[in-house]
Design a protein around this ligand. Structure first.
Ligand SMILES: Nc1ncnc2c1ncn2[C@@H]1O[C@H](COP(=O)(O)OP(=O)(O)O)[C@@H](O)[C@H]1O
Ligand SMILES: [Mg+2]
Length: 315
């Protein structure tokens, strides 16, 4: 059997609130629900929106960020098998050389899905600690830290278990962000189509270019494209900005019809206890669903190849 390496999609933008966590969740859901894939979501943002969305964080007013990840349901205290993992197991632990346990989500075979989504949770206090602890006084980050996620995620063990890994990232250029850039095989950049978003886009494109200077030609970080989000396509502002971007940055813009519209159907999915949970389970006539499907189909085609995805969607 040939070694199967995971495809790792990083969702990046140094601006907050542009839809990184949203894009992370819809790509993961589409891959698992529609393309029957096994997906691992990794929450690298101190705000832990993905952890909360997928598994649920515990409120903890006295902790940094006001939230704590829950204790892993399989964890047994004082058990030898768990000697190297934390009870609240999070991706932060890997930066201290510990093992980390993925949490199951509602998308799993037991609930009638062919694929699954598992999640490596974030930890507000620990992720913050890593980001301060691992940059030295001159602001430089140790190579060891930058390569850490790659060692943990980009290997045949993760590839054997998962078809796709999606990295939800935070808005600042800290050690964990750098580690995500180093580890990703593919990247996408959600943004809001307004003039002020240009700065963030340019910064991200530069980061990806400079990462690619340090990689050999067979392992380039592949930028799938800029994903316009919260789009009101009938407004002059959004239509004008998107036309301007197609002119200036055509090669990294997605085709014209690929964007996510502004829709309350997206934030509604964040409500606790909401049913259906996924955008892919709402009415098939809903514009938010149609745009999400077209977008995710395009992203998966780009990462896996059209023939693989056509077969998987037909399963
Ligand atoms: N297309 C959209 N329409 C309406 N609300 C959206 C849309 N995209 C994102 N949102 C909402 O905007 C907020 C920020 O989105 P989020 O994905 O968390 O951004 P980021 O992860 O980049 O900070 C969230 O409350 C989210 O539900
Ligand atoms: Mg987010």
């Amino acid at each position: 059997m040939p070694i199967k390496m995971p495809i790792i999609l990083g969702v990046f933008n140094q601006k907050g609130g542009v839809g990184k966590s949203l894009v992370t969740s819809i790509v993961a859901e589409y891959a698992a629900i529609k393309a029957n894939m096994n997906v691992l979501v990794v929450d690298l943002d101190m705000q832990c929106n993905s952890s909360d969305y997928w598994v649920g964080m515990e409120n903890s007013p006295q902790s940094t960020g006001g939230q704590l990840p829950p204790i892993h349901p399989d964890y047994i205290e004082d058990d030898e098998d768990f000697s190297d993992v934390e009870a609240r197991s999070t991706i932060a632990d890997t930066f201290y050389g510990k093992e980390v346990l993925a949490y199951e989500t509602y998308i799993k075979p037991d609930n009638g899905f062919k694929g699954k989504v598992d999640c490596l949770l974030g930890h507000p206090a620990l992720l913050e600690k890593i980001n301060t602890e691992f940059s030295n006084e001159s602001g430089q980050i140790e190579e060891k830290v930058i390569n850490r996620l790659k060692e943990v995620l980009l290997n045949e063990f993760v590839g054997g278990e998962y078809d796709l890994v999606v990295l939800d990232t935070g808005p600042s250029r800290n050690p964990i962000f750098r580690s995500a850039i180093r580890c990703a095989t593919h990247a996408c950049i959600p943004f809001e189509p307004e003039e002020k978003s240009m700065q963030g886009i340019n910064a991200m494109v530069q980061v990806i270019q400079s990462e690619n200077f340090s990689r050999n030609s067979a392992q380039q970080l592949n930028l799938i494209g800029l994903i316009p989000n919260k789009v009101r396509i009938n407004t002059n502002l959004h239509k004008g900005t998107l036309d301007m971007l197609q002119n200036r940055l055509g090669s990294i813009m997605l085709p014209d019809d690929l964007f996510l519209p502004h829709s309350t159907a997206f934030p509604e999915r964040d409500l606790k206890g909401i049913n259906p949970r996924s955008i892919f389970q709402i009415s098939k006539h809903h514009t938010a669903l149609k745009h999400s499907e077209t977008l995710c189909h395009y992203i998966l085609n780009d990462m896996f190849g059209k023939s693989v995805i056509t077969k998987r969607l037909a399963k």
